[in-house]
Design a binder for this molecule. Sequence first.
Ligand SMILES: [Zn+2]
Length: 212
Amino acid sequence: MFLIDIHTHQKTGAATSLCAIYSDFQNLDADGVYSLGLHPMMVQSYDAIAIESAYQAMVKKQVWAIGEIGLDKRNKAYWDLQITLFQQQIEIANALQKPLIIHCVQAIDACLLYLKAAQVPVIFHGFRKSLPVAKQLLQQGYYISFGAALLQDASLQMCFKQLPLDQLFLETDDSPIAIDEVYETAAKVLQTEIENVILPIQENFNRIFKLA
Ligand SMILES: [Zn+2]
């Protein structure tokens, strides 16, 4: 069975793991599967040429999603620039009809505000927040993705347990662990067989990327 990894920074070459690119935008393998975006922690490092290069690369067929994009309060000095680029990239995602992968740190209200403009599926990656926040996102119809934190964090496991699998994803992000470990942990937390985690997530993947 194929394990979907909705957000990784490793080029695995697998059609079921989305490699997230935030620099060197023209350097994509022809047969890779990517998400691509201007990272909110790095907005100050992009010049006009890099931004144009990112926006051009977003059109490519191996770029399946736009992201990770979003807002991060730790980069407060460039807050206005984060908002401008976030809004532009939401517009591009709408025009290209590609899903959004969201990076959101200490900025949930602002993210939700600007995401009102999104007309494509939205995935909040690296979720580590509370159950009420998770429910708020699901209510909007958004998806949530859990990563390596699920292996360690008991309160995050409690949160995960109470959410419907038909709006969830799993990921490795920049962690060195294998995606298998995240699925095994998810199954253990839910006290179920791993197939019961793999199949709904596969269906979510097929749904948002219109594969089946
Ligand atoms: Zn990432």
